[in-house]
Write a protein that binds this ligand. Structure first.
Ligand SMILES: Cc1cc2nc3c(=O)[nH]c(=O)nc-3n(C[C@H](O)[C@H](O)[C@H](O)COP(=O)(O)OP(=O)(O)OC[C@H]3O[C@@H](n4cnc5c(N)ncnc54)[C@H](O)[C@@H]3O)c2cc1C
Length: 473
């Protein structure tokens, strides 16, 4: 009987797992392995490592329940696979494509240790190089990409097998704790309180989305105080659930209920899933965009070196409540609501004029859903230098955004308890009326920072820099 290695990377599930299905279909013995390789460009950040520890624990358990066993090995994949091929006599390696640029943890290769690597497509709805536009090139604008992809989708996820072949007992595995993924200092309690990494956590979240979030999603998705978005991004990033499974469940919910609000919610959520696809399409065709601007003019942009403002932004101490609330949510839970990500990123890149890569790197280390394709695309989108980006002159006003999307200040008070005594009229921009704020017992500069920048002055400075760039180009 031949042996296949099933190489788990960011596809930590058994449901709708094409690499597993293909290995089983060969009628071969299947040896599941996870290789901890550590370094490389964009090596995983601390929050992602925390997530992966728990996700690997859940995967090990699910494999053991079906009679198999996950081998954990450490080292360069080439060397580890060579050893495993020698130990098992494997003739093939199966894994799901990640399609990241060379040198990144998610780079793919079609040969390892002299054995063919069969790359499967379970992490995306569409192969990332597709579709092509009318002139045969990649898409650079989301809407036509979305319309094209939407018309071609036909998700057909396959269920997890109920039993798996046994793995020979003489094959060594490290213990999970030997991978050293958990932080030495226990800063991750907030993450543990919020998330359930692993396939069953992902499925439970999807059930909740279908049962109670979908109908209100189109309006609710912009209100950070509410539990109104799927929160599937880390589960999707680690491949604990396939996008095809998500899509099929959304379609099934719409068919079962025939409710127009559910249908509108499902449509909007699928649109977001296709943003995720678009991010992978862009990174595959323009791999330099994880470090360089897509719009080459921005290579000349006069970004400011301002370590004081950067540190205030990172710590959630800018004195601008909506930004600080988001940055503290990020620090405590490894997540930030999408609307707030846009506001915080706009403040850093446009108002403070700090290079988007400083922000992207901070998100990389602190987000549990840190994803090279989505993070790069979105940072460049906000900074105005990416594919189909928001024009540079569209600078978010964090106060207007705060009043509009968190009018009762619920999100602000959750993450900035020191501002809780303030009424709604003062909480979004306390610096505007410092005396009234002080009357409520909040002293700016003592209980809460004064703003690190003047929003009007910084807006003018950003627009002037942008106009100079246009004149040079
Ligand atoms: C500056 C910035 C950085 C970001 N970095 C990341 C990142 O590293 N990883 C990441 O997954 N998302 C990133 N996003 C996109 C977005 O904020 C998150 O995907 C979303 O907040 C996740 O929450 P959710 O699962 O509840 O999303 P939902 O609204 O429920 O959307 C469903 C799914 O669609 C996908 N999605 C939604 N919005 C986007 C988007 N704008 N781009 C790509 N995919 C999207 C996600 O997989 C998400 O889980 C970033 C956005 C910004 C503005």
């Amino acid at each position: 009987m031949s042996t296949s290695l099933l190489w788990f990377r960011r596809d930590l599930r058994l449901d709708d797992q094409p690499a597993l299905d293909a290995a089983l279909a060969r009628g071969s013995r299947v040896v599941p392995v996870y290789v901890e390789s550590g370094a490389g460009r964009w090596a995983e950040g601390a929050a992602s490592r925390w997530w992966r520890h728990h996700s690997l624990a859940a995967l090990s358990e699910a494999l053991a329940e079906r009679g198999s066993r996950l081998l954990l090995r450490r080292g360069d994949p080439q060397t580890v696979m060579a050893t495993l091929v020698r130990e098992t006599g494997a003739v093939e390696i199966h894994t799901n494509r990640l399609a990241e640029p060379p040198g990144c943890a998610g780079a793919d290769s079609d040969q390892l240790a002299g054995v063919p690597v069969r790359l499967h497509g379970g992490n995306l709805l569409n192969p990332p190089e597709l579709p092509r536009n009318r002139s045969g090139g990649p898409y650079r604008v989301f809407t036509p990409y979305y319309q094209r992809v939407l018309g071609e989708l036909n998700p057909a996820p396959r269920p997890a097998p109920t039993a798996l072949p046994a793995v020979p007992g003489d094959l060594d595995s490290l213990r999970l704790d030997q991978l050293g993924l958990l932080p030495r200092q226990d800063w991750a309690r907030g993450l543990a309180a919020r998330w359930t990494p692993g396939e069953s956590g992902a499925q439970a979240r999807l059930e909740r989305v279908v049962d109670s979030i979908l109908a209100a999603y189109p309006e609710g998705r912009d209100r950070p105080a509410e539990d109104a978005t799927s929160c599937l991004s880390p589960h999707l990033h680690f491949g604990e659930i396939s996008p095809a499974r998500v899509m099929l469940e959304l379609q099934a919910a719409v068919m079962a209920q025939r409710d127009t609000r559910q249908a509108a919610g499902a449509r909007e959520l699928v649109r977001q899933l296709i943003w995720r696809e678009f991010a992978h399409h862009v990174l595959l065709h323009f791999p330099h965009t994880c470090e360089q601007p897509f719009d080459p003019r921005f290579g000349q942009f006069p970004w400011r070196e301002d370590p004081v403002t950067l540190a205030a932004w990172q710590r959630g101490e800018t004195g601008i409540p909506m930004v600080d609330a988001g940055m503290r949510e990020l620090w405590h839970t490894g997540f930030m609501h999408n609307r707030v990500r846009m506001i915080a990123a706009s403040l850093l890149t446009k108002s403070a004029g700090i290079h988007w890569l400083h922000g992207a790197r901070w998100f990389w280390d602190t987000l549990v859903d840190a994803d090279l394709a989505s993070n790069s695309l979105n940072w460049q989108w906000v900074a105005g230098c990416g594919v189909d980006a928001a024009p540079f002159f569209r600078i978010f006003n964090p106060v207007t955004q705060s009043r509009r999307f968190d009018p009762a200040g619920v999100y602000l008070r959750r993450w900035l308890p020191e501002l809780s005594p303030l009424p709604n009229a003062l909480i979004h921009a306390p610096w505007e009326k410092p005396a009234l704020v002080q009357d409520r017992g909040v002293v700016l500069g003592r209980d809460y920072p004064r703003p690190v920048l003047d929003l009007a002055v910084s807006r003018n400075r950003a627009l002037a820099a942008w106009k100079r760039l246009l004149q040079k180009a």
